[in-house]
Design a protein. Structure first.
Length: 191
C-alpha cells in the first residue's frame, strides 16, 4: 500500500475482548492500529460510531474478526483498486468460503416471486461455485462480514441503518448505495 501511495489504518471497535493477548496488543498497538474501546455490541451503531468519529480515508472496510484471507495484502489491494478504478462502483466484497471449501458468500440476492418475495438470501451458499468463476459480478448486496465501501457513499447514505442491530444492515446499506446509482460487486479473489 505504501508503494502504491495508499494510506491505511486499522480501527478496531472493541465490544468487550477478554483475551489477554488481545488486550496486550490493545495496550501497546502498532502505529497503524487504533482501538475504540467500551462499545456495547450493536453492529450498525458500533460501525457507524467508529467510521464517523475515527476514519480518515477514502474507503472503509468493514471486516469481522473471523475472516481469514489467503493473501491479505493482495485481497485488500484488489478490493481497493476495484473502487479506485471504477467510479460507478460503490461497494465491493469477496467471495468467501467455509473451511471445507464450499461457498459461504458470493453475493446476496432477493427472491423476486413466490411466498418469499422480497426476502434476501445467499444464492450460492454451500456450493462449489463452478459456474461463477469470473473475476467479478454485480449483485443486489454483499455481506457486511467483509465489505469495502467508498467513504463518500457511506456518508451520503448516513451509515448503517441502526434499526438493524445484528442482521440485514449490510443489505440495507447496499440497496441504498444502488439507489444512489452505484454498483455493488462481488470479487472472486480465489481460494
Amino acid at each position: 500500500f505504501r508503494e502504491g501511495g495508499i494510506g491505511f489504518e486499522v480501527i478496531v471497535g472493541d465490544t468487550g475482548s477478554r483475551d489477554p493477548k488481545v488486550l496486550a496488543l490493545y495496550d501497546a498497538p502498532p502505529p497503524w492500529l487504533r482501538v475504540v474501546r467500551g462499545l456495547a455490541y450493536h453492529f450498525s451503531r458500533c460501525n457507524n460510531h467508529v467510521f464517523f468519529a475515527e476514519a480518515r480515508h477514502d474507503h472503509a472496510l468493514f471486516l469481522n474478526n473471523d475472516v481469514i484471507f489467503k493473501d491479505s495484502p493482495e485481497a485488500l489491494w484488489r478490493m481497493d483498486q476495484a473502487l479506485r478504478t471504477d467510479p460507478g462502483l460503490g461497494a465491493v466484497g469477496p467471495v468467501m468460503f467455509f473451511e471445507d471449501g464450499l461457498v459461504q458468500h458470493a453475493g446476496i440476492d432477493v427472491f423476486r416471486n413466490g411466498p418469499l418475495t422480497g426476502f434476501c438470501f445467499h444464492p450460492h451458499g454451500r456450493s462449489e461455485l463452478p459456474s461463477l468463476r469470473r473475476p467479478a459480478w454485480s449483485c443486489p448486496a454483499i455481506t457486511g462480514a467483509c465489505l469495502m465501501i467508498r467513504g463518500a457513499v457511506f456518508e451520503a447514505i448516513g451509515g448503517f441503518d441502526e434499526g438493524y442491530r445484528t442482521e440485514a444492515q449490510d443489505v440495507a446499506l447496499c440497496l441504498a448505495a444502488r439507489r444512489l446509482g452505484y454498483d455493488v460487486r462481488v470479487l472472486d479473489l480465489g481460494r
